[in-house]
Ligand binder design. Sequence first.
Ligand code: IPE
Ligand code: IPE
Ligand code: MG
Length: 236
Amino acid sequence: MIDLEKIPAHIAIIMDGNGRWAQNRNLPRLAGHNAGMIAMKEIVKAASSLGVHHLTVYAFSTENWRRTTEEVTGIFKLLIIYVEKELNELHQNNIKVRILGDYEKLPADAVKSLERSLKTTKDNTGLQFNIALNYGGRDEILRSVKKLAKEVEMGRMKADAITEEDIANNLYTYGIPDPDMIIRTSGEMRLSNYLLWQSAYSEFVFTDMLWPDFTREDFEMTIEVFQNRKRRFGGR
Ligand code: IPE
Ligand code: IPE
Ligand code: MG
């Protein structure tokens, strides 16, 4: 049974396996991405009702541009459809949307609808739904280092005085606590450039399920797995 008193504050997900889900059904890859959006919608609702503070999903990596133009543009189109269709409900559920990553490089119509969702939900106080879009952990660390280097260059800061907190404060995740748990579906056991800095002490849960098949029940089961872990953070 899941302990409602011990719900992880921040859950991050690598939603992987959309392509294979489609392939298994002889469908085009985009049908898999569409099914993935539907699965995501359910998990957002589940996280919100369980009282999770932060749900962070990996929607598009800095490396995903290597895919065909057809797939990349298709993913962004589906994203617009998701945001347009769900914005009202997200807002009604007091969910606040935030984007992590260099999302301004996305097609203009996607940027526009994403920014509308940010603006509409900015004062909401329930679940914070962080969407990692054109996100890369290394890119994010590099940007933080450059900002701090600039401060040193301008003479506003001493190199020796730079702290871990300074680095964290210049990441996309500024102000968000580190993820307690990172879930990855599809059987792959790697981070693929996700939350490299933030995952220092995250609990990992891997499942062979493909993302479109992942349900609220599966989500609750992973929370149960998390609740049975012993976290030590380097202490005894
Ligand atoms: C994850 O599913 C979604 C994105 C990367 C956008 P994939 O598209 O990577 O699915 P597989 O790994 O090919 O099955
Ligand atoms: C990670 O999945 C990115 C997202 C889920 C958005 P990938 O499918 O891109 O990762 P690799 O290529 O298998 O490492
Ligand atoms: Mg994949």
